[in-house]
Write a protein that binds this ligand. Structure first.
Ligand SMILES: [Zn+2]
Length: 244
């Protein structure tokens, strides 16, 4: 990763090794393994019966007999998938993300998939909008080691102070980097992957990154900060690359 630009300032530059999925422009199927219906589940996995014919013991016995299967399903649902990333000017990048009402296992799975996708694409931030899920979920990791993912669900910026100009890039705008001015420090309140609320003070690259991702949740892309001419040039080049 190239974290510092020539002036020693933090940079949001991402490597050009981003490989877009061929399905990047189509609907995203984030469906993981689905549980069988209860009938099917019982029919196939309720046996063998307990050798002791007592209803309570039988139920307990049979629950224990399916326990390894439940563990297996639980484990398989935790495997993260790489999701296709929408590329500007895909119209779905303009959607407004809805708040997450409850951090369910499906949302936790989305978070895991997003973190995995961000790492695989050599990015330092990703919003759910970018993987065609219009929900208020963002992940970032600005650490050199790529081992400190931060999750913000329903993020809200409280206070913001100062200003900084940073060269930004975006996984949805591959190959383009431009200076953007944003607040230097912010205080953000959000839910974590467990649905617990937290408030965090951010500055520098973390602050820039969270502001960039929160923009995505509002249907805004960093090229919106550029001149119309620059934005048009980027748009044409990406459309041309898509058609190639
Ligand atoms: Zn972005």
């Amino acid at each position: 990763m190239d974290w510092l630009n020539d002036d020693g300032q933090h940079s949001l530059r991402v490597l050009d090794s981003l490989v877009l999925s061929p399905a990047g422009w189509s609907d995203v199927d984030t469906g993981g393994p689905s549980l069988p219906s209860s009938d099917c589940f019982l029919k196939h996995f309720y046996y063998p019966r307990s050798p002791i014919h007592n209803p309570i013991i039988e139920v307990t016995y049979n629950l224990w007999s399916i326990f390894p299967l439940v563990l297996l399903l639980e484990t398989s649902s935790r495997m993260a998938s790489r999701l296709p990333i929408l590329v500007y000017p895909h119209p779905n990048l303009r959607k407004t993300a809805k708040p997450v009402e409850e951090v369910t296992p499906e949302i936790a799975q989305l978070v895991d998939d997003m973190v995995h996708t961000m790492y695989e694409a050599n990015g330092i931030g990703l919003a759910a909008i970018q993987v065609d899920r219009p929900l208020q979920v963002i992940v970032i990791d600005t650490s050199e080691e790529k081992n400190s993912p931060q999750v913000y669900i329903n993020p809200e910026i409280g206070t913001s102070m100062g200003s900084q100009t940073t060269e930004e890039g975006c996984l949805s705008v591959p190959g383009f980097y431009e200076d953007v001015e944003r607040a230097e420090s912010i205080q953000v309140t959000a839910l974590n992957r467990n649905g617990e609320q937290f408030t965090r003070d951010l500055e520098g690259l973390d602050s820039v990154c969270v502001q960039h991702e929160i923009d995505h949740l509002r249907g805004k892309v960093f090229v919106d900060y550029l001149s119309r001419i620059k934005r048009s040039r980027i748009r044409k080049k990406l459309l041309k690359a898509k058609a190639a």
